[in-house]
Design a binder for this molecule. Structure first.
Ligand code: G3I
Length: 303
């Protein structure tokens, strides 16, 4: 096939992009979006500060725009994200009572998931809950500090009841290198969830890489998570300077792991990227394919 999405589909995978509602009026952008990708992730529009800025007042305008557009183009949608310490409104950060916060968290998960029930293939239920560095423990957040470490389990159980058809993912960055303490912490959590029957279906590895691309152990990490009985997904791929080999290595690692079900790049053109200074994506600011595009297509098995 001659596009990323169509080629990925030949092995039953998706190839997606993060999409910003504010760019949907740009014809170059939507042209590439419709042509190349068969999955989309709203870059910011489903986050807590976008969907429930005040308690109990839900706003879905921008997220609806992305989901409806994707549906019209025949693309699937990844949900991002329900429980995250960042882009979290102050009213949530200020809650000190556990019963109140548990109710607020469950209501947020249920309301957002219900809105898109049946239309989201995978949800990032919890994002970035583990600390950086060597501890392998959860980071401090209102959720951990008020509810304790059990907030993750609570979030996943609530999510399963809200939309039983969606794959429920834990998503994080810097969990690509097998030997990192953070990777090990997430691995232990997933193993524990599977052992105790807590619902979890996938691990999202964000994969924001430097110019060297993925660590040498990347494929091992993907296989080791998969061996726990979950899918793995590359959820926010971008690579400083976009070296073709670095993209090819990343894609090949996924292709080599049966349970690596899809790849999402975190934006379309370099100018759309949160790291635009590093030109980390597959299309240049004029919308032209970069060398990394061809390397990616080839690694997916295309030409
Ligand atoms: O919407 C406001 C706008 O009203 C305001 O005028 C403008 C001024 O700063 O800010 C706009 O909000 C920005 C928002 O993106 C939408 O463009 C925020 O400042 C900015 O911080 C926010 O950045 C996003 C970032 O998450 C926030 O943490 C990036 O676009 C987004 O790519 C990035 O994505 C995250 C993933 O969700 C999780 N993993 C890491 C990844 C990269 O940081």
């Amino acid at each position: 096939a001659s596009t990323l999405g169509a080629q990925a589909a030949q092995s039953g995978r998706y190839f997606g992009a993060a999409v910003a509602a504010g760019r949907l009026g740009d014809g170059t952008y939507t042209g590439i979006l419709g042509r190349e990708f068969n999955s989309v992730t709203p870059e910011n529009e489903m986050k807590w500060d976008a969907t429930e800025r005040s308690r109990g007042q839900f706003t879905f305008g921008a997220a609806d725009q992305i989901v409806n557009g994707a549906t019209a183009r025949g693309q699937r949608v990844r949900g991002h994200t329900l429980v995250w310490h960042s882009q979290l409104p102050d009213w949530v950060k200020g809650i000190r009572d556990a019963n109140t916060l548990r109710g607020v968290m469950n209501n947020h998960i249920t309301t957002v998931m219900n809105r898109y029930k049946g239309r989201i293939h995978s949800w990032d239920v919890v994002n970035e809950a583990f600390a950086d560095g060597g501890s392998g423990q959860l980071r401090g957040s209102v959720f951990r500090d008020v509810l304790g470490t059990g907030f993750l389990e609570q979030a996943f159980r609530t999510a399963r009841s809200a939309d039983p058809a969606a794959k429920l993912c834990y998503n994080d960055y810097n969990i690509e290198n097998w030997n990192d303490a953070k990777t090990q912490g997430v691995y232990r959590m997933v193993r524990d969830f599977k052992a105790r029957g807590v619902p979890i279906d996938c691990v999202g590895l964000q994969s924001h890489f430097g110019a060297g691309g993925p660590p040498g152990s990347f494929q091992t990490t993907l296989s080791n998570f998969a061996a726990l009985g979950v899918d793995v997904q590359i959820t926010e791929l971008d690579i400083a300077q976009a070296p073709p080999n670095a993209y090819a290595n990343t894609v090949r690692a996924c292709m080599n792991v049966a349970r690596c079900t899809g790849i999402t790049v975190w934006g379309i053109r370099d100018s759309d990227s949160w790291r635009s200074g590093e030109n980390p994506l597959l299309f240049d600011r004029n919308g032209n394919k970069k060398p990394a595009y061809q390397a990616t297509l080839t690694a997916l098995g295309g030409r």
